[in-house]
Design a binder for this molecule. Sequence first.
Ligand SMILES: CC(C)(COP(=O)(O)OP(=O)(O)OC[C@H]1O[C@@H](n2cnc3c(N)ncnc32)[C@H](O)[C@@H]1OP(=O)(O)O)[C@@H](O)C(=O)NCCC(=O)NCCS
Length: 323
Amino acid sequence: MRNVYIKGTGSYAPENVVKNDFFDKIGSSDEWIYKHLGIKERRISTGETTSDLGYRAGLNAIENAGLTVDDIDLIIVATATPDRQAPSCACFIQEKLGAFKSVAFDVAAVCSGALFTISVGVQYIRSGMYNNVLVIGADTFSTITDWERRDSVFFGDGAGAMVLSHTTEDKGFIDFILHADGRGKEHFNIPAGGSEMPTTQKTIDNRGHYFQMNGKEVYKTAIEVVPSCINEILLKHQMSIGEIDFMLPHQPSILILKEIALRVGLPFEKVKTNMDRYANTSGGTIPILLDEVHRNNEFKTGDILLFAAVGAGWTWGTALYKW
Ligand SMILES: CC(C)(COP(=O)(O)OP(=O)(O)OC[C@H]1O[C@@H](n2cnc3c(N)ncnc32)[C@H](O)[C@@H]1OP(=O)(O)O)[C@@H](O)C(=O)NCCC(=O)NCCS
């Protein structure tokens, strides 16, 4: 099996910055949002679609990898907010990139989407079927947010991307552990617009096309399943938490991340966050964070990275990577 590594990274978010005081009018506040979620501001699209964001992040990653669009064999997009229900967002992005030699499809795992999608891309390269895979996590949750509700404070729009390739060097993805539990499906969902509840005037009047979230259940689940999955992957590889140099997690809330770090015994300085500037960009969080840390030249050869995500479904997982 071939070693698969991250050859290039990229990211893009809309220019429009929405600060916390925007939510004063719905009974929230900068103080509450920063204290509970760690968010100061988020980017909100003023017309750019998910594929517009994903295209820019993807192009950025291809350039960073020193490749051209013709080198890309496969584009996989993690998104819960595709431009249209059909076709896939990946096909929109493929067209924008002009990457017509590539295959393109989406993966749906909401906030775990990027991690799940990376794991798919890695398998294609390991097996020898493809050489260069462009993985993109992109979402515009602003399009599925009920701006009259207080949970509108949680999300922002953005996209991150990475090019995965193979190498004979001793680096790259060590392993993934992924889980899903559909019994949790009601705790974060968009009730209307699918085959279960097709769009009608009533679904629109009932605001059924916006996400609905049970924040307490998200919190409770995240602080249980993520630490358990981190311990599972460490145990499998006979590694200790002390060997982790960086944790690059999904960005749900600062309190969730602090509790996860506490439970696994990881000093919080090793946990990378950027939710103060982007909030939770769902599929975008991990690849945007990775791009920032990569471009800051923070990784050294041999560093061990721990990726971790949890999201609707429920879905969750971890991955280990040697830089
Ligand atoms: C949302 C969350 C912070 C709420 O905390 P909680 O203590 O469980 O929730 P409660 O509903 O009891 O709210 C606590 C207080 O905050 C207030 N509150 C809730 N949402 C608020 C908001 N957006 N702005 C201001 N105040 C808010 C409540 O009114 C309540 O106030 P009170 O004590 O005066 O009655 C917490 O559940 C959480 O972080 N969940 C994770 C959600 C998440 O990460 N989602 C991303 C999906 S991947």
